[in-house]
Design a protein around this ligand. Structure first.
Ligand SMILES: Cc1cc2nc3c(=O)[nH]c(=O)nc-3n(C[C@H](O)[C@H](O)[C@H](O)COP(=O)(O)OP(=O)(O)OC[C@H]3O[C@@H](n4cnc5c(N)ncnc54)[C@H](O)[C@@H]3O)c2cc1C
Length: 386
């Protein structure tokens, strides 16, 4: 196998298994108390700040960060165990997900001391939420073509104008790490002149317009910036280094278990049905789905191991996201073919409900975080094929 895709096998540590058991116990108690109910795809649409604060109190946010910033100095493998259990339970984790997964690490890497000291402890406490401000109405895959611009005013502050779109949970979050053009586009150097700003979403001049998804739910938004004055010290990292920073951020975004576990609650419900029926054809479907799931999990775990060793496994991360999100959607077809259950959000049957939720969210699985076509291009480049 090409060395780019070779990752050392990992054995979960005793500490990871210990924290996994603690999270399972916590989730069972919360489910029994009725503080949440299981849903599909909750890492993007299950916003519950009270639940996020509970995770913060238990030390399950900012887990790998230094203690001086509110973190807990635990391993990527321990964090993996926590996120995996939360996803498998379909728990409402969307409020803090982006901040914990990628904005915090981005701040740790590029933030000023003042930015880190002010914001990271609040993320780790489950109190401060972030959104990704990358895509625009005319710029998705071709991110370098963004047109939202920021110019310095006489006070050294940034004046931002433009619009972002598909901004998940902008209506419930506090900051957007916003990719902006800080010098005019140069066709010869398309990736130059971009910067990241830490934008407080309560600033005057920002309008957040909801965009409904197929099930009527609201997690998407359009965010419009109209002469928004962002303090000069809210530049993240270096002016003009935005492209490099965004690329590093996307590696965190693409590698986690949420890229193949969004539809896990549907698999779990299906498994319960098969255990009751003992139907051989349904068992064969469950076997096929489980085998793919376990293979994906091995690859994703190895990426967590590589992160622990300080590596940047961006090529395998792109592969996990491509194969993982394809799997998430395939699960729906597998279950649909195996059982005769009408999919409906109002169904009294939990399998019918999970099927409906998974179907209505499915168009997004392979698009969010970069489309699978783009990811295949990244893998091909990593393998020296283009
Ligand atoms: C559920 C969900 C949540 C999202 N959340 C956020 C968010 O919080 N913040 C944010 O900034 N963005 C977010 N996005 C936006 C997402 O990143 C973009 O949708 C994605 O990058 C694709 O961009 P686009 O929609 O403009 O499609 P386009 O770039 O217009 O692509 C259209 C089609 O053309 C294909 N294509 C384009 N270029 C190429 C190429 N070079 N080679 C081969 N095929 C190509 C694509 O694969 C796709 O199939 C979210 C999207 C979804 C679905």
């Amino acid at each position: 196998m090409p060395s780019t895709l070779t990752l050392a096998p990992v054995v979960p540590s005793a500490a990871a298994e210990q924290v996994r058991a603690e999270v399972r116990e916590f989730l069972a108690a919360e489910l029994a108390a009725g503080t949440f109910t299981t849903h599909v795809d909750t890492w993007l649409s299950g916003v519950d700040p009270a639940f996020s604060r509970k995770l913060g109190e238990r030390g399950w946010l900012g887990m790998t960060w230094p203690r001086r910033y509110g973190g807990h100095e635990r391993t990527a493998m321990e964090r993996y165990a926590v996120t995996e259990e939360l996803l498998a339970a379909g728990a409402p984790v969307a409020a803090h997900w982006i901040a914990d997964r990628q904005s915090g690490p981005n701040l740790l890497r590029y933030g000023t001391e003042a930015q880190r000291a002010e914001i990271l402890p609040r993320i780790a406490a489950g109190e401060c939420y972030f959104v990704i401000g990358m895509s625009e109405p005319d710029s998705g895959s071709d991110l370098a073509s963004i047109r939202t611009r920021a110019t310095r005013n006489g006070d050294g502050d940034w004046v931002v104008n433009g619009a972002k779109v598909w901004t998940s949970n902008a209506h419930t979050s506090h900051y957007a790490i916003t990719l902006v053009r800080t010098s005019p586009a140069d066709p010869a150097h398309r990736h130059a002149g971009l910067s990241q700003l830490l934008v407080d979403l309560s600033l005057p001049g920002i309008t957040v317009n909801p965009i409904r998804i197929l099930d009527g739910g609201h997690h998407f938004n359009e965010v419009v910036f109209d002469d928004v004055v962002v303090p000069g010290d809210m530049l993240l990292g270096e002016e003009g280094n935005g492209w490099h920073q965004v690329t590093a951020e996307l590696a965190f975004e693409r590698s986690g278990p949420e890229r193949f576990l969004s539809t896990y609650p549907l698999i779990a419900e299906f498994a319960r049905r098969v255990a009751d029926s003992g139907d051989p054809a349904q068992l064969a479907t469950l076997g096929r789905v489980s085998a793919r799931l376990l293979a994906l999990r091995q690859l994703s775990l190895r990426i967590a191991g590589a992160l622990d060793r300080g590596e940047l496994p961006d090529i395998p991360a792109a592969l996990v996201k491509d194969v993982g999100t394809t799997f998430e959607a395939d699960v729906i077809d597998e279950v649909r073919r195996a059982v005769d259950v009408p999919a409906s959000l109002d169904s009294p049957d939990p399998l019918g409900r999970a099927l409906a939720e998974a179907q209505l969210h499915a168009p997004g699985y392979t698009l969010r975080g970069g489309t699978n076509e783009i990811l295949r291009g990244i893998v091909a480049r990593g393998l020296g094929l283009r």
